[in-house]
Design a protein around this ligand. Structure first.
Ligand code: SF4
Length: 310
């Protein structure tokens, strides 16, 4: 039975998007993008309104693999009661080292209606989660938008987190402006040739650079409340890869100089060979302690100082 949250935590100022004029128009625009799909920069051109599928193998309805309070995310998202994650199935990237390959490549999950998606959002709020965290949302961003009115009508007022791979369309980000409070993109590579080789995308860094700058323009640096819980802003994930494949130096200098040196960064050390990585040396090994320490040194030397866990 859902529990009342009244009085359990400080009430948040109602987000600007509650009753947002133009939400319906944004949904219609987003669904228009599905007709010859350009919901992400791959621009496959398939008609997802008719169930056709492009690179992400996703049709009209959202597919989720799981949902629930999650305590493995970054500290400002987790707090005491967890981040309310909704994991979407499939992905608009094709990373050969994906750690969730059963979901992203294998298609583990089930199709749900927009009404069910709205109900999940409200359920996670009633569970006491600090935010709603949409994991791998890019290829279902239209459907997420379309589920919001019902969730809002049922009282949804948590900060919304867009937890993505960084390969995003500026057009879609424009539709999300004022709706999503927190953007949490990966910055996977600083060299698009590496992105082509390992994520099957020709222009990763060029696209991600512009997307991250746009996200920062919309929400700014990460802001937390008095409990250290994120309320609004940009949070970057950068997974350190073997042999410097992630391009940490260029990536961190880009963040410090072209986004903000106050950017909150999770420099991740947990790389391990998954999915097809064992066939792609040097991705077939974990990183060494020295490689991570070097990445940390580079990050700090670039002027970034808000590092998760440090
Ligand atoms: S969302 Fe999927 S179908 Fe649409 S352009 Fe991206 S990869 Fe292609």
């Amino acid at each position: 039975m859902p529990r009342s949250l009244e009085g359990r935590f400080p009430t948040r100022e109602r987000p600007t998007w509650v009753g947002h004029v133009g939400l319906q128009e944004r949904i219609e625009t987003a669904y228009g993008l599905l007709e010859a799909c350009r919901l992400c920069p791959r621009r496959c051109g398939v008609n997802r309104l008719k169930g056709e599928k492009g690179f992400c193998r996703s049709g009209l309805l959202p597919i989720i693999s799981s949902y629930g309070p999650h305590f493995g995310e970054e500290r400002p998202l987790v707090g005491l009661r967890g981040s309310g994650t909704i994991f979407f199935t499939h992905c608009n990237l094709g990373c050969v080292f994906c750690q969730n390959y059963d979901i992203s490549h294998g298609g583990h999950g089930r199709e749900i209606s927009l009404e069910q998606l709205a109900d999940l959002m409200v359920e996670l709020q009633e569970e006491g989660c600090h935010n709603l965290n949409f994991v791998t949302p890019t290829h279902f961003s239209a459907q997420i938008l379309a589920a919001l009115p019902q969730a809002i009508a049922q009282g949804l007022n948590l900060p919304l987190v867009y937890n993505c791979g960084g390969y995003e369309s500026l057009e879609v980000l424009g539709l999300l402006e004022g709706l999503f409070d927190i953007y949490m993109p990966d910055l996977k590579f600083a060299d698009s040739q590496i992105g082509q080789a390992y994520c099957a995308v020709p222009d990763y860094f060029e696209v991600a650079r512009e997307a991250l700058k746009e996200m920062h323009r919309q929400v700014g640096d990460l802001l937390m409340d008095e409990r250290g819980i994120a309320q609004r802003g940009l949070l970057i994930r950068h997974l350190v890869l073997p042999n410097g494949l992630a391009g940490t130096q260029e990536a961190m200098e880009f963040l410090a100089h072209e986004v903000s040196r106050h950017t909150y960064v999770n420099l991740m050390d947990q790389y391990r060979p998954c999915y097809e990585a064992s066939r792609h040396a040097p991705l077939n090994r974990r990183i060494t302690r020295a490689e991570f320490e070097e990445a940390l040194r580079i990050t700090q030397q670039a002027g970034l100082y808000r590092l998760d866990g440090f």
